[in-house]
Every structure is written in C-alpha cells, then in structure tokens.
Design a protein around this ligand. Sequence first.
Ligand code: 13P
Ligand code: SF4
Length: 325
Amino acid sequence: MNAIPTDLEGEIVRLKKARNAVLLAHFYQESEIQDLADFVEDSLGLARKAQATQADVIVFAGVHFMAETAKILNPSKKVVIPDLEAGCSLADSCPPEAFSRFKAQHPDHLVISYINCTAAIKAMSDIICTSSNAEKIVAQLPRDQPIIFAPDKNLGAYLVKKLNRPMLLWNGTCIVHEIFSEKKIVQLKVQHPQAKVIAHPECEARVLQHADFIGSTSKLLQFVQQDPAPEFIVVTEAGILHQMSKQSPEKKLIPAPPDGNCACNECPHMKRNTLEKLYLCLRDLQPEITMPEEQRLAALKPMLRMFEMTDGNSFSPRPSPTTKP
Ligand code: 13P
Ligand code: SF4
C-alpha cells in the first residue's frame, strides 16, 4: 500500500488522469517535475491557470504562497502541494502582526503587495502584483498617492528607480536573489564578451546595474528566445534554465553564481518538491491547502484588482470629489 512505485513518472501521469487533476509547475521546479506538468509558468501565469481550471484538483508544484493563491482564486477545487513546508523567505519576512502595525502607522498609504506573501498579508493589501505586472500597476496610480510596497525591498527599490516615484518599502528579501555575487558576474561578463546579462528584479541594485535586461521569469525566457545574442548570463534561480534551453537550444546559457562555492543558485524551498512527494500528493490528495473563508475573501479582492489593472482596466484608489456614490 505504501510502496513507492519504480515508474514514478508513469504513476504520476496515471493518477493525474484518474483524479482529474491539473499539475501546475513554476519555472524553478526540478526539470523532471516541469516535464510532467500541464502548465509551467511564472507566478502570474500560474495564478491565471489556477483561476481558470475546470479540473477537480489543482496540484501545485511550487511554494506555499502560490498554492494558497490558487485556493484564494478557485475555492471549490481541492488544492494540494507536494511539500507543505515549501515556503518562501519573502513571505516569511512579512509577519501579519508586524505588518498590521506598520500599516496602521501609515493610514493614508495604499498597500501594494508582491504576490510572494501569505494570504494574511494579501488580505491586508489593496492591490497584489507580480514581477510581470508590478511596473504597469504602480505606473497606473496617481503620483501623489502614497504607497507601501511589501514585502520585497529589492523589487520595490527597482520600481522606485524605474518609475521615479517614492514608495515606503517593507524590508524583505528573497534569500536566493540577494546572494548573487556581483564580482563573479562581472568576471563572467569579461570572460563572455558576447553574453547579455539578464536578471530578475528580486536581485539587489548592485547586481541589477550590470543587467542588459531585467524581468520576471517569463519575460527572461521570452528575452532569450527573441534577442539575437548567442550567450546569456542568467541571474535568477537556476530552474529556469530548463525551459530556456528547451526553447532556445542554440543559445549558450550561463547560470550566475552566488557568493560561496556553488556554481549556480537554487531555491531550497522550491526544491523541497520531489517526484516522490508529487506522486504521494496525487495518490493521497494531501497535504491540502485550506484557509478561513473570511480571509480568503479579503485576499481575493486585491488579487482581482491585480487582474483588472494588468488587463487594462484602470483603478481609482480615492473617490473623485465630484463623483456621487
Ligand atoms: P516570477 O515567476 O513571477 O518571476 O517570480 C519569481 C519567484 O521568485 C517566484 O518565487
Ligand atoms: Fe521565495 Fe526567492 Fe524561493 Fe521565489 S526564489 S520562492 S522569492 S525564496
């Protein structure tokens, strides 16, 4: 009953069908998980797929906040994750009680939270964003609107600089993106003069200053496909290289190294999910993601606002003085 089959891949495919499950995987998952997934996308793409799916079960091969987001968006589905402990340093860096006190100190501020946060933080936010749409969302807000941006101070600082508007930043970071070695990236640039440096905006400013292109995982993938350069130094979690090399086999991809001795940089949370845990999760339909309905509804509101603002509908944070309710 509890034996692990030798043909894990075959069993996962069989169970996916038997359970009428959709397998959603983030680009940072192990390559064998990506290859079994129905959709491999960035945070925004996965949220959209979770919202739209007709499947009975959503198996989320990603981290906890992503699976939680799927439940917020599609509550009638059973949402399971291979490892419940697959967390995120950004989500951990923003405890709800401390954030609630911070928010109360700035009552005139609009709260924009990066999707890499817990449902409790989403529930306290006005708008959610991902790295794919953050710039578009912040740019739509009136310039005199004070904003709290949480929890990623690096993405926040990138937006402040790019859009030339101040925001109050929560002091959170991604443990993966903050440890890239600037020195080693500069050395790689010298060794590979034809290479373009592409980086995720969760990286620190001292690393981003060397980038030819900055974007979310999906935008980095697209850039490699469309740009004529033959080589790319990729400054994000190394899992993305799997799809990059599948889509652009003729390009040379060089993972940027972190400080220390490792050649590439992996997210320990994302990598908690394994084929074996994925099999068990499909077999037993657990661990399951649940949350109080009141919290889900509060977290849903800023998520829906994100979709509206991403898809071109404007958002007015304050009622205009001339508008009747
Ligand atoms: P995106 O996939 O939205 O670029 O986010 C990267 C990330 O760190 C997910 O945890
Ligand atoms: Fe969180 Fe960073 Fe891992 Fe993404 S890569 S899940 S932001 S710790």
